[in-house]
Ligand binder design. Structure first.
Ligand SMILES: NC(=O)c1ccc[n+]([C@@H]2O[C@H](COP(=O)([O-])OP(=O)(O)OC[C@H]3O[C@@H](n4cnc5c(N)ncnc54)[C@H](OP(=O)(O)O)[C@@H]3O)[C@@H](O)[C@H]2O)c1
Length: 297
């Protein structure tokens, strides 16, 4: 393959993992990959392997089109700029416009499940980016990443300690996916396996409710854990008490309410279709953590 592949947000956890899968699993030559990041120094190891590492910040709008010149496929990784309303969408729109101006061959965007019908406060960022991409005249594909399994791991320790996993998700179910599977799917898509004009639901292999998630954790770590279903205010209070920043706690709770409302209840075969292998199940992720001696066995 002689295409030039650009990954934005390349020093983030997903971006780095995408590049490692491009190199290791997709067999892309390092010189075909451009890694764009706000902090190129963080990717000195990739530069040493021959990946082209360039400075890229969606807020430096005047430099974006030049950075994307000559790129065949571009993976636009959504940013984490949630501190100010509208900031993230403006960043993404600038990136889409620059890709259009540069004549990028195919743009892939990491979105979220079901952004048009969501209780998640930042869903409009994803919907707005999807809409702009679809209207841009560019060839596009959208990778709607389900909620990461890793989000659950942040609460695994306390859940194991207390035997209780508190949640506002009620009886709702969703299909948590590992970040590694999102990265694998994005790498496959970036090498040309994604159909232009298609939206992919990048999900884990099974729909799970919090009772099942708590039971899986208990099984993997050999101790009882039960889900405790709370109302919105009580759950928010617990997260604030645990030290979560006041602008993050309501976002997490809104995600759980979105699960409760059934708006994240999506499971697809798209990871296997793109990558040729089944995504990892949450129980296997817990078991691997246990085997690695993490999360207080
Ligand atoms: N599905 C889920 O459960 C879930 C969970 C968390 C986040 N996400 C979303 O998925 C994205 C990737 O996840 P992650 O786990 O890799 O998160 P992460 O490690 O927190 O990475 C944040 C990303 O945002 C990029 N970024 C921030 N400001 C930017 C700017 N001004 N211009 C260009 N890029 C900018 C960073 O790139 P550089 O630092 O390299 O510039 C980095 O790739 C997140 O940014 C977020 O939108 C999804």
């Amino acid at each position: 393959m002689s295409d030039t592949l650009f990954v934005t947000g390349a020093s983030g956890q997903l971006g780095r993992a995408v590049i490692s899968h491009l190199l290791a699993e997709e067999g892309v030559a390092p010189g075909r990959i451009i890694a764009g990041t706000r902090e190129p120094a963080k990717l000195a190891d990739l530069a040493a392997r021959g990946v082209r590492v360039v400075a890229l910040d969606f807020e430096q709008t005047e430099s974006l089109a030049q950075a994307f010149a000559g790129v065949d496929r571009l993976l636009l990784i959504s940013t984490d700029a949630l501190d100010r309303p509208g900031r993230r969408l403006a960043q993404h729109l600038a990136a889409v416009e620059a890709a259009r101006a540069a004549g990028v061959g195919h743009v892939l965007y990491t979105s979220m499940p079901n952004p048009a019908d969501s209780l998640v406060p930042f869903a409009p960022d994803h919907l707005g980016t999807e809409t702009a991409l679809q209207a841009s005249g560019l060839r596009w594909s959208i990778l709607r990443n389900a909620w990461y399994q890793e989000n659950l791991l942040m609460e695994l320790g306390p859940a194991l300690e207390h035997g209780q996993w508190t949640t506002a998700a009620g009886e709702g179910r969703y299909a948590p996916v590992s970040r590694a599977d999102c990265a694998r799917a994005a790498a496959a898509a970036l090498t040309g396996k994604a159909v232009p004009g298609r939206i992919y639901d990048i999900t884990g292999p099974e729909l799970l409710g919090m009772d099942e998630i708590a039971a899986l954790a208990g099984e993997a770590f050999g101790r009882p854990v039960v889900a405790v279903k709370l109302d919105e205010a009580t759950r928010t209070g617990i997260l604030l008490q645990a030290g979560l920043p006041p602008f993050i706690a309501p976002v997490l709770v809104a995600s759980e309410l979105n699960i409760r409302a059934g708006k994240f209840a999506l499971r697809s075969a798209d990871v296997a279709e793109l990558t040729g292998r089944e995504p990892v199940a949450l129980g296997a992720t817990f078991a691997a953590l246990r085997a690695a001696g993490q999360a207080a066995a």
